[in-house]
Design a protein around this ligand. Structure first.
Ligand SMILES: CC(C)(COP(=O)(O)OP(=O)(O)OC[C@H]1O[C@@H](n2cnc3c(N)ncnc32)[C@H](O)[C@@H]1OP(=O)(O)O)[C@@H](O)C(=O)NCCC(=O)NCCS
Length: 193
């Protein structure tokens, strides 16, 4: 069983304890959030094996993607400054991951995935709000998100978080957000701890 809490020793340099949060979804379910650590590679590998093809397609644009150990390490070994990722847990199991990666200059690309049974309760929106908080603290000035144009759920999340300026290139849509600007619609999840 995966536990949401990390031991207080042996954490990577720069582990940002202040991003260990508990949030209450709008349907009343409680979610524990913490930064991803290298030990999460095992969990991530298992989640990838079990994920449905539609989820993989919309997250990685490839329904049959397999992550080798190098890519798994890349996704779980973070500097928590330019590369930052959060995992969300409920009842001891992973339910979502959100991250940002450098995209040139002071820009970062954001991505998120939420397990199907945890969707439409505001979780991705809440995770994006936390990523924004972390990015602003780290001097990042702009977020971009790349997604497939039929992905109306992520479009809704991005609009809720104040992204705009949609462009489509080679079948991939892109929306951006200047950080530090308030979203037009309030986020649904909220901090309780
Ligand atoms: C996209 C994704 C992350 C959204 O996660 P989530 O936790 O359900 O997001 P939220 O609950 O914060 O917001 C989703 C919004 O889209 C709405 N929505 C869901 N499905 C929709 C659809 N087919 N069409 C339009 N809106 C939709 C929800 O009602 C909600 O809006 P609301 O808050 O106004 O009710 C999730 O669907 C997912 O993991 N998809 C697969 C991976 C992926 O697409 N990642 C994005 C690439 S970066």
């Amino acid at each position: 069983m995966i536990t949401p809490l990390q031991p207080r020793t042996g954490l990577p340099d720069g582990y940002p304890f202040d991003y260990e949060r508990e949030i209450l979804l709008r349907d009343g379910r409680v979610i524990h959030i913490r930064p991803i650590v290298p030990g999460d590679a095992v969990l991530l590998a298992r989640e990838m094996e079990e994920a449905d093809t539609d989820t993989l397609y919309h997250r990685f644009f490839n329904p049959a993607i397999k992550l080798d150990s190098k890519r798994l390490r890349h996704l779980t070994e973070l500097d928590y400054r330019r590369r930052f990722a959060l995992a969300a847990f409920a009842r001891g199991s992973g339910v979502a991951i959100a991250r940002f990666e450098p995209a040139g200059g002071h820009r970062a690309e954001v991505a998120v995935v939420v397990k199907p049974e945890w969707r439409s309760a505001g979780l991705a929106t809440a995770l994006f709000a936390l990523l924004e908080e972390a990015a602003i603290e780290r001097g990042i000035e702009e977020f971009e998100a790349l997604y497939l144009p039929d992905n109306h759920a992520i479009e809704r999340v991005l609009h809720k978080r104040g992204f705009g300026d949609v462009t489509i290139d080679a079948g991939v849509a892109r929306m951006t957000k200047r950080l530090g600007e308030r979203p037009p619609v309030g986020m649904h999840g909220h901090d309780v701890g």
